[in-house]
Design a protein. Structure first.
Length: 151
């Protein structure tokens, strides 16, 4: 009987520790996902700035070439500048969309890890309860209860 009490105490402590560590793991995973999303946002901002910088350089090059050729106000030059602006807008829109999808993916991955950790904690608690039920059946009180329940 004393051995069963010691075993039950150890099982309770082990389960409590397992649950606490599972909760810490879930919180750490969530924090890591938050940092990853922040990194993705910073990377997207950097890529937007780079695209804008490249567009400014291309427009300046086009303008310089048009001036050198004496056609700076021509419809061809104006169309080229409009095309560069359109390409920039499309690239920025695509980059923003991909950044948003990446952030959603990261958040969902963290949520899945959290659910997995919670599932493992639930399994640990259920396993402990099952062990406790088995230990109770071994005692005279437990045997009496099983007999009462099942005849």
């Amino acid at each position: 009987m004393a051995f069963q009490a010691i075993a039950a105490t150890i099982a309770v402590a082990g389960t409590a520790y397992s649950v606490a560590q599972g909760q810490k793991a879930a919180k750490a995973q969530s924090a890591a996902a938050g940092k990853q999303i922040e990194m993705q946002q910073q990377q997207a901002a950097r890529e937007r700035r780079s695209a804008i910088r490249a567009n400014i350089i291309r427009r300046a090059q086009l303008q310089a070439q048009a001036q050198a050729m004496g056609v700076e106000g021509s419809s061809g030059v104006m169309g080229g500048q409009t095309s560069l602006s359109s390409q920039l807008g499309a690239n920025l829109g695509f980059g923003s969309m991909m950044s948003g999808l990446s952030q959603q993916y990261t958040g969902l991955t963290a949520q899945a890890a959290d659910y997995s950790a919670r599932s493992q904690m639930g399994s640990a608690i259920a396993g402990f309860a099952f062990q406790g039920a088995q230990a109770t059946v071994g005692t005279s009180f437990g045997q009496k209860r099983v007999t009462e329940m099942f005849g």
